[in-house]
Design a protein. Structure first.
Length: 75
């Protein structure tokens, strides 16, 4: 079992053993979720932000046209 003390700014250091098991490096993202009354910490796999940005721009131009606005205005 590993421990960490919460600071006055509500921050905690992830213990070395846990960082090693999750292969965490400075700058990595982690996520927290509740499971059966406990909080689970897991590493967020890196995403390709350039790709997601390009997909977003494509969807905006494709789905936010005046024709679509008119066609779906009554929904």
């Amino acid at each position: 079992m590993e421990f960490s003390k919460l600071t006055t700014k509500h921050q905690a250091t992830i213990p070395k053993l846990i960082r090693k098991k999750l292969a965490l490096q400075a700058g990595d993202y982690i996520q927290f979720h509740e499971q059966n009354g406990q909080v689970v910490v897991s590493k967020v796999e890196q995403v390709d932000r350039d790709y997601l940005g390009a997909v977003g721009m494509t969807l905006e131009s494709e789905w936010l046209s005046e024709a679509d606005e008119a066609a779906y205005a009554d929904l």
